[in-house]
Design a protein around this ligand. Structure first.
Ligand SMILES: Cc1cc2nc3c(=O)[nH]c(=O)nc-3n(C[C@H](O)[C@H](O)[C@H](O)COP(=O)(O)OP(=O)(O)OC[C@H]3O[C@@H](n4cnc5c(N)ncnc54)[C@H](O)[C@@H]3O)c2cc1C
Length: 310
């Protein structure tokens, strides 16, 4: 089912993001986390995509494992980085064959471990990838006659590569005009940034659902990592003050981070968010605590699997 259809019938959605683990032991541990979160009946789970090498196959494998052994709806991320047209086409065929319903089409982060020349990529921006997926959809190669639902990224605080926020909005609009039917945002800690982004999208004529990305801080080192990975992420003074008060107490830091994210979620729900996407960092504890405190009824119990593949 396309995410836009799910949102139409059952908004707000709740979803979780995972990244493919590098070792067999980590893969098993992640799989356990996924099974724990399955009982919450998320509307979908998404799996990130690396910048190259073997981790890319791990994404494909994890997506197919989730699809084949759980009742969860997995959404693979797919990026333009270091890919030819033929490679992307072959990945799309693989996912279509596995009846994957949606794809998150992204520009992608550049590889860190080697020199990278973006001009060698077949697709320069996520818009080009969205157009290509739409052409694939029109070819009838997907079992759903409409093909894949297509999600794209949005940046409530702005994307660091485009300081001109008006031009940035034009680029987002181009992705939507090319065929995207929902947006998932970068993490943010100040909901006012999200509400303002939502309004600016509306003013630009972007009228597709916008799912809010939330990442609970669970450690001081995690906080540093977020600052590096989500370049430009703003940390409100209120959050930093609370973290500083308990920085010597790791459990206190987790409680503060989870409480802050929980308050964000309550406020988003009060303000009619289309969906909340949790960046889980492959751990279930923080997300489960937030979920348990949001008062969300467990969904679709009859559809949740025990251990049998579907
Ligand atoms: C929800 C979410 C999930 C993510 N998952 C992954 C993942 O799995 N793997 C990964 O590698 N990265 C991931 N990222 C990071 C993302 O790929 C990077 O932040 C990337 O730099 C931006 O991606 P994009 O899809 O917005 O790219 P684009 O839409 O291509 O935009 C990238 C930059 O180029 C600009 N731009 C767009 N079109 C044009 C144009 N025609 N001319 C000039 N400039 C243009 C944009 O304004 C923006 O500044 C994710 C980000 C988010 C928000």
């Amino acid at each position: 089912m396309h995410i836009s259809d799910i949102i139409k019938s059952d908004s707000p959605t709740f979803s979780f993001e995972f990244f493919p683990p590098k070792t067999p032991a980590a893969a098993e541990s992640l799989y356990q986390t996924i099974r724990e979160l399955e009982s919450y009946g998320p509307h979908f789970v998404s799996v990130t995509y690396g910048a190259g090498g073997s981790t890319r196959d791990l994404t494909h494998d994890l997506v197919e494992r989730i699809q084949n052994t759980t009742k969860l709806d997995p959404i693979p991320h797919l990026t333009c980085v270091c890919h030819s047209e033929a490679e992307i086409e072959s990945i799309l065929h693989r996912y279509a064959k596995s009846c994957i319903g949606n794809i998150l089409a992204l520009g992608g982060d550049p590889p860190r471990e080697c020199a990278y020349d973006k001009s060698g990529d077949a697709f320069q921006h996520a818009t080009d990838l969205v157009k290509f997926i739409r052409r694939f959809n029109e070819s009838g190669a997907h079992p759903d006659p409409r093909g894949f639902g297509i999600g794209v990224a949005g940046f409530p605080e702005g994307h660091p590569a485009t300081p001109n926020r008006l031009v940035e909005m034009d680029h987002l609009k181009a992705k939507v005009d090319a065929g995207a039917n929902y947006i998932v945002t970068q993490l943010f800690f100040d909901n006012r940034d999200f509400y303002d982004f939502r309004e600016r999208c509306d003013l630009a004529g972007i009228r597709i659902p916008i799912i809010a990305g939330i990442m609970p801080i669970t450690s001081m080192s995690g906080c540093q990592r977020i600052a590096e990975l989500a370049g430009g992420a703003r940390f409100p003074a209120k959050l930093l003050r609370a973290l500083q008060r308990c920085k010597e107490d790791p459990q206190g830091v987790t409680r503060v981070g989870v409480h802050f994210a929980l308050e964000q979620c309550h406020d988003l729900l009060d303000n009619h968010v289309a969906g909340i996407h949790f960046y889980t960092l492959n751990r279930s504890d923080a997300t489960r605590t937030i979920f348990d405190s949001l008062g969300i009824p467990q969904r679709r119990p009859a559809e949740i699997s025990t251990s049998t593949p579907h």
